[in-house]
Design a protein around this ligand. Structure first.
Ligand SMILES: [Zn+2]
Length: 470
C-alpha cells in the first residue's frame, strides 16, 4: 500500500493536500524566479548581436626576385609560385601598402569602441555627427588581415619576408603548408571584409572612389557557353546593364578581356588573342590554394595534373565541366545575394557595401568641411578578383584614390582620420542601420543595414559560418 492510499484510508486527505500545496509553492515560486533569470528567451536580452569584421589593407610585402623565394599563388601541382608578390602602387615616397594600412589601423581604433564588453558611448558620440537617431546597440569584433608593411631593408634580414602577407597558402622552410591571408580571413568566419586599396592612376572615366566587384556566376557561365560555342551572339554580354569589364590594357576590347578572364576563372588558363588557352600560362586553381570548405579533397593534384577533358581540371574550355564543391558554391543563392542585383541594382550586397562605405567616407569628409568636386562615388571595376571570390563574407572592396591625382594624394595623406571615421561609421551602418541626417548632401549614404538573415542556411548556421569546416 502506498503512503497516499494510507492517508486516504485514514481520512486525512484534505489536510495532506493543503500542506502539500504550501510546500509546492515554497519551492515553485523561487524556482520560477531562477528560471526567469537564467532563461534568455523569457528574460529581456542583455546581449547584443556580435558581428565579425576583417579590415583588409592590401599588399604589405615585397615584389622581389627570385620568384621561388618571394612569390605568391603557390601551385601544388608544380610545387612552384605562379606569380610575383604584388607590392602595390607607389609614387615617390608614397606607398599604397603603408597608406591603406594606416587608414585600416585608424578604422580599427574606432571600431574597438564597439567590441563586446567595451563602453560604446564613445562611438555613439561620434555617430551624432551623422545621425539624429538613437543608435542601436551592436558588438563588432574587428580583425586586421595583416600587420604593418615591411620595407626592402627589413626584407633583406628575413628568410621569408612575404610569409605574413601572401594571399594564398605557402610552404614554410620545412615544406609544411602555412595559411595565407585568405585562409586566415576565412578562419574567423567574418560577416564583412573591407578591403582597402589605391592605385597609381586610373582610366579617365574612373573618378573619385571606385568599388571593385565580381560579377554573378550567371554571366560567367554564359561566357563559358559562348566559349564552348553553345551560344553565338554577344548580346548576353552587351545587354547586361552595369557590366563594364575591367580592361587590363587597350590591346583588346572589353569583351575579349571578359572572355579571357572567364577562361581563367574556370580553367586556370587565360586566353591568347586567338581565343586559345595560353599554355604555359597556367594560373592555378585558386580555390584549391586556400583552406576553406570549398577546396577539393586532399590529393586533388594527382588527377588535376593531367587536366583531363570533361572534368573541372580540363585545360581546354570546350571540355571544361564546372563540377565539385567550389562550383556548387558558385551557383548557390548566397553567391547570388553577394554578387547580383541588390540595393545598387547590380553587384549584390558586395556592391552595396562598397558604395555605402564610399558614401560614408565622403559624408565624413563633408561633416569635417572637406568637400571637393573630385570626391565622389565612381564606377566599379568588374572582374574575377581574388578577394571577393574567395570569402563567404560580404566583401566591400574599394580603390580609395589615385596617386597621380593631387586631390587624392592630399586626402589620402592628410585626411586619414576622417576617411577612417567614415569607414567605421559605414561599417556600423551596414550592420545596424543608421538614418543620415544631412539630407542635402549630394552623396548621402542610404543608411540601410545589410539583410543578413537571407544568409541563414539552417537553424543557427549561416553562410558565413559555412566557409570553414570546423
Ligand atoms: Zn592594391
Amino acid at each position: 500500500m502506498r503512503i497516499i492510499d494510507v492517508i486516504k484510508y485514514l481520512g486525512i486527505e484534505t489536510y495532506y493536500s493543503a500542506v502539500d500545496r504550501l510546500q509546492e509553492r515554497r519551492v515553485l515560486v523561487p524556482l520560477c524566479i531562477i528560471l526567469l533569470l537564467f532563461n534568455p528567451e523569457r528574460y529581456p536580452k542583455k546581449e547584443f548581436p556580435v558581428f565579425r569584421v576583417v579590415l583588409e589593407p592590401g599588399h604589405g610585402g615585397v615584389g622581389k626576385h627570385p620568384l621561388s623565394l618571394h612569390g605568391d599563388r603557390f601551385d601544388a601541382i608544380s610545387g612552384e609560385y605562379l606569380d610575383y608578390f604584388k607590392e602595390g602602387a607607389s609614387r615617390g615616397d608614397l606607398h599604397e601598402a603603408a597608406i591603406v594600412y594606416a587608414i585600416a589601423h585608424k578604422t580599427k581604433k574606432y571600431l574597438q569602441f564597439l567590441a563586446p564588453g567595451v563602453d560604446n558611448s564613445r562611438f555613439f558620440k561620434l555617430l551624432k555627427k551623422y545621425s539624429g537617431d538613437m543608435p542601436r546597440r551592436i558588438n563588432i569584433v574587428t580583425y586586421m588581415s595583416r600587420k604593418k608593411s615591411i620595407t626592402d631593408r627589413d626584407a633583406r634580414e628575413l628568410p621569408d619576408p612575404n610569409a605574413p602577407y601572401r594571399l594564398f597558402d605557402y610552404p614554410d622552410q620545412e615544406d609544411t603548408m602555412q595559411p595565407g591571408r585568405l585562409s586566415r580571413i576565412n578562419a574567423v568566419r567574418p560577416h564583412l571584409v573591407v578591403s582597402l586599396h589605391l592605385a597609381k592612376n586610373a582610366p579617365r572615366d574612373f573618378e573619385g572612389m571606385n568599388p571593385v566587384i565580381v560579377p554573378s556566376f550567371e554571366i560567367l557561365h554564359k561566357g563559358l557557353s559562348y566559349l564552348k560555342g553553345e551560344i553565338s551572339g554577344k548580346s548576353f554580354y552587351y545587354n547586361t546593364s552595369h557590366l563594364e569589364w575591367f580592361v587590363e590594357s587597350e590591346t583588346r576590347s572589353d569583351f575579349d578581356w571578359f572572355l579571357s578572364d572567364t577562361s581563367l576563372y574556370f580553367t586556370g588558363y587565360p586566353l591568347k588573342k586567338s581565343s586559345e588557352p595560353a599554355r604555359g600560362d597556367f594560373k592555378g586553381y585558386r580555390y584549391n590554394m586556400i583552406q576553406w570548405a570549398y577546396a577539393d579533397a586532399p590529393g586533388w593534384r594527382y588527377p588535376a595534373q593531367y587536366h583531363m577533358p570533361g572534368t573541372r581540371y580540363s585545360a581546354s574550355i570546350r571540355d571544361f565541366e564546372p563540377e565539385g564543391k567550389f562550383w556548387v558554391r558558385e551557383r548557390s543563392p548566397y553567391e547570388r545575394y553577394r554578387r547580383d542585383g541588390g540595393n545598387e541594382g547590380f553587384g549584390g550586397d558586395n556592391a552595396y557595401a562598397s558604395y555605402e562605405i564610399v558614401r560614408y567616407i565622403l559624408y565624413s569628409l563633408h561633416v569635417h568641411n572637406d568637400d571637393h568636386r573630385l570626391q565622389k562615388p565612381g564606377k566599379s571595376y568588374i572582374s574575377t578578383w581574388i578577394m571577393p571570390l574567395h570569402v563567404n563574407a560580404i566583401c566591400a572592396f574599394i580603390e580609395l584614390g589615385y596617386l597621380n591625382r593631387p586631390r587624392d594624394r592630399f586626402i589620402l595623406t592628410h585626411k586619414q582620420e576622417e576617411i577612417a571615421e567614415g569607414i567605421a561609421v559605414g561599417i556600423y551602418s551596414l550592420l545596424a542601420g543608421l538614418a543620415p541626417q544631412d539630407t542635402k548632401f549630394k552623396y548621402l549614404p542610404r543608411g540601410k543595414k545589410l539583410e543578413l538573415d537571407k544568409y541563414q542556411i539552417e537553424g543557427d548556421k549561416t553562410y558565413f559560418d559555412a566557409v570553414s569546416d570546423d
